[in-house]
Design a binder for this molecule. Sequence first.
Ligand SMILES: NC(=O)c1ccc[n+]([C@@H]2O[C@H](COP(=O)([O-])OP(=O)(O)OC[C@H]3O[C@@H](n4cnc5c(N)ncnc54)[C@H](OP(=O)(O)O)[C@@H]3O)[C@@H](O)[C@H]2O)c1
Length: 297
Amino acid sequence: MKLLVTGINGFVAGSILAHARKNWEVHGVDITETAGLPSDIRAHQLDLTDPVKLAELFDQIKPDAVIHTAAIANIDVCENNQDLAWKVNVEITKSLAELCQKNDTKMIVCSTDTVFDGIKGDYLETDASNGVNYYAKTKIEAEKIVLGASSKNIVARLSLVMGLPVLGKGNSFLADMIEKLKKGETVKFPANEIRTPVDVVTLGSALAELAGSSYGGIIHLSGSTKINRYQMAILIAEQLGLNPELIEGTDSNALAGRAPRPNDASMKNDLAVKLLKTPMRTLAEGLDLTLNYKLEE
Ligand SMILES: NC(=O)c1ccc[n+]([C@@H]2O[C@H](COP(=O)([O-])OP(=O)(O)OC[C@H]3O[C@@H](n4cnc5c(N)ncnc54)[C@H](OP(=O)(O)O)[C@@H]3O)[C@@H](O)[C@H]2O)c1
């Protein structure tokens, strides 16, 4: 069975590749050249905004399932480059969903807790989305496209992803934070943003598992600890024996020139706990897992 993962140089995709290679012939694609992957993973380089080249790649691979992680995931970049954000986050998703529909291929798209407005918190899969920034707008549209294309497709809404990159570079706040704290530098985390962070190892395992499942619909992939990002950073520093006094709390919605953030975007993971063999973990368990993770040969 063949799995195609998009955005393979990214943070989340690195963990999906590591888990999926046990059960799938894994193909991956990214806009930039990929280096340092295990030799059993077939890497392709392509700007996915080209629908003709994407269709050619799809026909060449003929995947049984697709996990679509490629996106502009930076909220402020989306806010300031809205045409590009739409092209990447919505139009690529549409091209892929059409190809999957035509070929009866299951598609999973990575969405986000940011689709919620952050007023209520503890969001369930059945709660209505109502984004507060342009990134959210693109993701809400992508969700509609993927769910509309096939009842076997999955929208996986990810909480804030915490961890060290499993494969590739990965844009990891944890790696940056550890490096700065070790040098005695101050780090800032928003105290207004309440999240249910999920560790990247658990997430890769859950997404790989979902690709082989018969589930269709929305699923929240979030950790079991609800916490604001400032408190989260303090707990992580304490668990790692680093100095928590170097951590400063901010209010991300009071910073000039930044896109609005939902305050409480915590998500309930009851469905994932019920459906998946992969256990959904607490922040402390997830941190332990990511710090000690070893890639299998
Ligand atoms: N990380 C989180 O905390 C988080 C939370 C919730 C949801 N998500 C969602 O989860 C997914 C993965 O997130 P991530 O943190 O792993 O993102 P990431 O590290 O930025 O990875 C995305 C990858 O997609 C690639 N890409 C962008 N445009 C492309 C194009 N036109 N053609 C081919 N590849 C392209 C990027 O390449 P470049 O870097 O060269 O652009 C990057 O390697 C995203 O959909 C994101 O919205 C992430």
